[in-house]
Design a protein around this ligand. Structure first.
Ligand code: GLY
Length: 336
């Protein structure tokens, strides 16, 4: 991960690579045009969850092939986590793997999706069911790109930001982030939205540190899934029910459920769920899943982090101290 402050620095960095093929989220045409001068070719893609499929991966591979991209090419993704996932996957399989880099343009992608090397697409409605683990050559973090992010997307990203600090609160960043986010909500209009760049970089650094210790998710990295077993089930149920719940919102609701299970197992002191609920309220995140736990059960059992009957649930002992506990879905349901 490398911090850059503006488009000029992004351009300067990219100009160090010979053959750049830039793929960007169609909504970012203006931003893309400001870097296309240092690219060999550019391509807009649709970047909705429904587009996160093998078809999109193949479309990019065909584009690269048609333009004669060889193994010296660099595929650069400009956009949110959907764009970076599709491109990371395409670059990993095109000619058995070419270099790729990310310029994430959402908070969620800057602190989570564009880091860590997992590049996956959805299959039959199940998220990230096929993919590869391969790290980008670079991820350029430019907090200034977030100033025009729609509010709801911004808030979704704050769920992953706070998740990072619940996992690792070195330096008290959790409290600092809740304060900054509460303050920025109170200070609309949006230009005063102040999640200082240092917090974004600190959250990204938490992820990078954990991934560096356990790229293939044999232990430590599982902690990054805090709230996600619940969240993936919430997202799937929402899609089936035609409800609009974003990934970040589902993660926020999933973390609250993880806190409840943690308390009921006496892993966390009483009051943790209440504290998180207050913080979520202050920063504008939803706390309650619209689905009762029993409705989420079948999808949780299908979670790809499942190991036989048990699912690796990430539970919270305290802010900055989480632990992975293998539990069956039935055991978790009994606790909720
Ligand atoms: N690309 C997301 C991750 O590796 O966690």
């Amino acid at each position: 991960m490398r911090q850059v402050t503006d488009i000029a620095q992004i351009r300067e960095f990219l100009s160090g690579f010979p053959d750049i093929f830039l793929v960007y989220d169609r909504n970012l045409a203006r931003l893309a045009s400001s870097v296309e001068g240092v690219c060999l070719a550019t391509k807009a893609i649709d970047a909705t969850e429904a587009d996160k499929t093998m078809d999109s991966v193949l479309e990019i591979c065909r584009w690269l092939l048609k333009l004669g991209a060889d193994r010296g090419a660099t595929l650069v993704a400009l956009g949110g986590g959907i764009t970076t996932d599709i491109c990371g996957f395409a670059a990993s399989v095109y000619k058995r793997g070419i270099r790729f880099g990310f310029i994430p343009t959402t908070l969620l992608a800057q602190v989570d999706a564009a880091l860590g090397g997992k590049n996956g697409v959805n299959l039959d409605g199940y998220k990230n069911m096929i993919g590869v683990i391969r790290e980008p050559a670079f991820t350029l973090i430019c907090p200034a790109l977030l100033s025009t992010l729609p509010d709801r997307e911004w808030r979704g990203g704050t769920a992953e930001l706070l998740k990072s600090f619940i996992i690792d609160n070195t330096g008290g960043h959790y409290e600092e982030a809740v304060d900054a986010l509460r303050h920025s909500r109170a200070c609309e209009p949006r230009h005063s939205r102040a999640c200082p760049g240092n917090l974004i970089l600190a959250a990204a650094a938490v992820k990078e540190r954990i991934v560096a210790a356990d790229l293939y998710e044999q232990g430590e990295r599982r902690k990054l899934n805090l709230g996600h077993t619940f969240a993936h089930a919430i997202e799937r149920r929402a899609r089936l029910a035609g409800l609009d719940i974003s990934h970040g919102e589902a993660v926020a609701e999933g973390i609250i459920l993880a806190a409840r299970v943690s308390e009921r197992l006496s892993l966390a002191p009483a009051g943790l769920e209440e504290r998180l609920r207050r913080d979520w309220e202050a920063v504008g995140l939803p706390a309650d899943s619209p689905f009762p736990p029993a409705v989420l059960a079948a999808d949780m059992a299908k979670d790809k982090k499942a190991d036989g009957e048990k699912v690796h649930f990430v539970l919270i002992r305290a802010i900055g101290d989480v632990v992975t506990v293998p539990l069956t879905v039935t055991e978790v349901l009994d606790l909720l």
